[in-house]
Write a protein that binds this ligand. Structure first.
Ligand code: IMP
Length: 180
């Protein structure tokens, strides 16, 4: 495996406290609504599993998996559905759970796709937001942290499928991030 320098940018305690805050806010906003959280695989599974335990109201969880055609780190906006939801979301309050919104192209595709199924409402929660790189305009209701334009790993986010297990968010060394 390639040796890569990592620099911690969001420590574990900050992630934890932010996830708690987001969970409380969502629980308050969705009281008595029994929302469905839709995690986008694979990156969001760590965030989702912590977040759902902080949403202390009844809710359901489902997953969707997409592959983006593009280079290893760059989304192209052309998306292939690998795994669809198991649930019918018509008339339901749906919250898409994303690890990071970068160009927004992937999320835009998923959002448009889910909207055709006529949910009662559809909102987005993301742990990280790299707004500078946005190409698609999407409304994001809940944002954990706004971060600069670096390639980051940890807490579910990977580089070539590695580093998902880090309990914090780290950025890759300058050279790699610049190439990004
Ligand atoms: P977007 O379509 O450009 O917004 O890309 C979204 C997806 O690209 C995310 O769900 C991640 O899987 C991946 N991605 C974007 N930026 C990063 C990053 O800095 N680290 C790891 N994965 C990333």
């Amino acid at each position: 495996m390639e040796k890569i320098e990592l620099k911690k940018i969001i420590p574990q305690w900050k992630v934890k406290s932010k996830v708690k805050k987001l969970g409380r806010k969502i629980a308050k906003d969705y009281k008595d609504k029994n929302p469905i959280l839709v995690g986008i695989l694979k990156g969001s599974f760590v965030f989702l599993s912590d977040l759902m335990r902080q949403i202390k109201i009844p809710h359901e969880v489902d997953f969707i998996s997409v592959a983006s055609y593009g280079s290893e780190k760059k989304a192209s906006g052309v998306v292939r559905l690998l795994k669809d939801l198991s649930s019918n979301i018509e008339g339901r309050d749906v919250i898409i759970v994303e690890d990071i919104v970068d160009t927004g192209l992937t999320l835009n595709y998923i959002r448009q796709n889910l909207l055709t199924r006529k949910p009662k409402s559809l909102e987005i929660v993301t742990l990280l937001d790299k707004k500078q790189r946005r190409k698609a305009k999407i409304p994001i209701k809940y944002i954990g942290f706004r971060i600069a334009n670096n390639f980051v790993v940890g807490y579910g986010l990977d580089y070539n499928e590695n580093y998902r297990n880090l309990p914090y968010i780290a950025k890759m060394d300058e050279k790699k991030s610049k190439a990004w």
